[in-house]
Design a protein around this ligand. Structure first.
Ligand SMILES: Cc1cc2nc3c(=O)[nH]c(=O)nc-3n(C[C@H](O)[C@H](O)[C@H](O)COP(=O)(O)OP(=O)(O)OC[C@H]3O[C@@H](n4cnc5c(N)ncnc54)[C@H](O)[C@@H]3O)c2cc1C
Length: 498
């Protein structure tokens, strides 16, 4: 099978999946008024793979001659790593960053597992075969792939084994029976395949450790969505009009999972930690790339606002724009460094972006995001709120006034209103609030990720230098100068080096 078109993707999600929204069962997610728009936006992502000007980046041809989405490429060189980054950038730009769980994002999460699949199989060849078959099928069928790792917020003081965490309640020669809930799978309602994994927690019992992939219409699985923020009018809502990804809860009601879908079960808890680190390395890279594109949109939107108002010569305005430029270029610097300092894995040869740069970059972007939104809003003044709608402009009685007072420098009144409405949707709506929360929490809260810098960063060399300068015996740092000269970017733990 080759890469799919949008129409083929839409056909593939019209099945008997059990999707619940606001208490109702959604019969067809491609047709329901609250879910249709994002299904169409996802479909447009599949269509991009067929665009002649993008095909050379968005698709690859395998050794067997099959054309696949480049998201499934296992990068083996710096050039391939850069192509992989370009894939995420293109999809983010083409969708206005409204799709965070594009098919390439699903692929990159499985790439983290691919690296550790032997570890996972734990000597069980059947599990290794199951993983390889899932990888083969998903890459070959151009699958929309999402994941559910995080658990409901049970009393976090208790060891996992004493909570109602999802667990295997039966195991036999054919498979496992699973009971419980995963609290968030973004885009679960629009997926072809859903991966369920175990988030590392203290006190996990073997029956609570499981990794499996199932189709979205798997018997015994219910997908319960949060309320939709989708808007029906794209003219007025340039982002929310493209739909809402709908974060959803996965309920497993004694669902039977055949062994061929199970990648691992009951493996040692330490393996869950290793996997999560490796997975994060790729996922956080994807997040940072998308944040770079968001920063491009913010700078672009701010520049258009300033141009249309004619405020570009005011020193404070220039200063705001300079800050937005600095934000964008800092994210790009982290991405460039992550590529420049990338190393191939010594086990698999897979080229991995540098995890120190990704961790530091992702936390930098998340920490500063709110401020960038404020800077953008600062530049708008009341125009952020006071924009006529397309219907207002169509009303002959009021439109002469609207056209006169809203005309921008170099833009018609209607164009200027569109420029400002985009800023409103980017910074002040339910859609923007959700997207802000998503970037802070997805995969792991940004401040938890930041503490990893402290936990995993080797500071011996810096301690020793400062001790020497202070006139204190540098031996107190327990290392000899010269023994610890390291290349830049190699200060994180073994996860990065293996
Ligand atoms: C919009 C959105 C989409 C998401 N999509 C997905 C998805 O598709 N798949 C998926 O698996 N997950 C997804 N997530 C889940 C996300 O990874 C978790 O929200 C995140 O890891 C935090 O876990 P939690 O929500 O269970 O919070 P908890 O672990 O219950 O923590 C609650 C709060 O307690 C504090 N806290 C807890 N532990 C620590 C710690 N170690 N250090 C410091 N403070 C701490 C923090 O303030 C934290 O916010 C999504 C989340 C959001 C918000």
């Amino acid at each position: 099978m080759a890469v799919r078109t949008g129409v083929e993707y839409l056909d593939s999600i019209r099945d008997d999946r059990k999707v619940f929204l606001d208490g109702d069962l959604v019969k067809d997610v491609t047709a329901h008024p609250e879910t249709r728009a994002i299904a169409e936006t996802m479909a447009s992502v599949f269509d991009l793979q067929h665009r002649p000007d993008l095909r050379h980046i968005l698709t690859i041809t395998t050794d067997d001659g099959e054309v696949q989405g480049s998201g499934w490429m296992i990068p083996k060189s710096l050039d391939e790593l850069i192509q992989r980054r370009q894939v995420t950038e293109i999809l983010a730009r083409e969708t206005g960053t409204t799709i965070t769980r594009s098919p390439e994002h699903g692929a990159i999460s499985l790439l983290g597992m691919h690296e550790l699949r032997h570890d996972f199989a734990n000597g069980d060849q059947d599990r290794l075969d199951a993983f390889d078959e899932i990888w083969r099928r998903c890459s070959s069928e151009d699958t929309a792939f999402v994941q559910g790792w995080i658990d409901p917020q049970y009393d976090r003081r208790k060891p996992a084994a004493q909570t109602d965490l999802i667990r295997v309640v039966e195991k036999n020669g054919k498979g496992i029976v699973v009971r419980g809930v995963k609290s968030i799978a973004t885009q679960g309602a629009y997926a072809n395949t859903i991966l369920v994994g175990t988030f590392p927690r203290p006190g996990l019992s073997p029956d609570q450790i499981m990794y499996f992939a199932v189709p979205a219409n798997h018997p015994g699985m219910k997908i319960v969505c949060r309320p939709s923020h989708s808007k029906h009018d794209r003219e007025n809502n340039p982002l929310a009009g493209r739909g809402d990804e709908l974060d959803s809860m996965l309920v497993f009601d004694d669902s039977f999972i055949p062994w061929e879908n199970v990648i691992a079960q009951g493996i040692p808890p330490a393996a869950t930690v290793r996997l999560f680190h490796r997975l994060s390395q790729f996922l956080h890279w994807d997040v940072l790339i998308r944040q770079g594109v968001r920063a491009e949109y913010i700078l672009g939107a701010a520049s258009n606002v300033v141009d249309s108002l004619g405020t570009g010569q005011i020193p404070a305005v220039k200063d705001h724009l300079a800050e937005l430029i600095r934000f964008l270029e800092t994210i790009r610097a982290f991405l460039t460094a992550a590529e420049t300092l990338a190393v191939p894995s010594s086990w698999t040869g897979t080229y991995r972006p540098n995890s120190l740069q990704i961790t530091a970059g992702r936390t930098y972007a998340a920490q500063n995001w709110q401020h960038m939104h404020e800077l953008l809003q600062d530049l708008c003044g009341s125009g952020l709120l006071m924009q006529p709608t397309p219907a207002d402009y169509a009303n002959e009685e009021i439109s002469p006034w609207l056209n006169r007072v809203h005309e921008g420098v170099g833009f018609t009144a209607e164009e200027r209103s569109r420029i400002f409405r985009l800023v409103w949707d980017m910074t002040a709506t339910e859609t923007s609030a959700r997207s802000h929360i998503y970037e802070r929490f997805n995969s792991a809260p940004w401040f938890v990720t930041r503490t990893q810098l402290f936990d995993r960063y080797d500071r011996q060399r810096e301690k020793m230098l400062a001790l020497k300068l202070a006139g204190v015996d540098p031996q107190k740092a327990q290392v000899e100068l010269g023994q610890i000269e390291r290349p830049w970017g190699s200060h994180l733990d073994a996860v990065n080096k293996s």
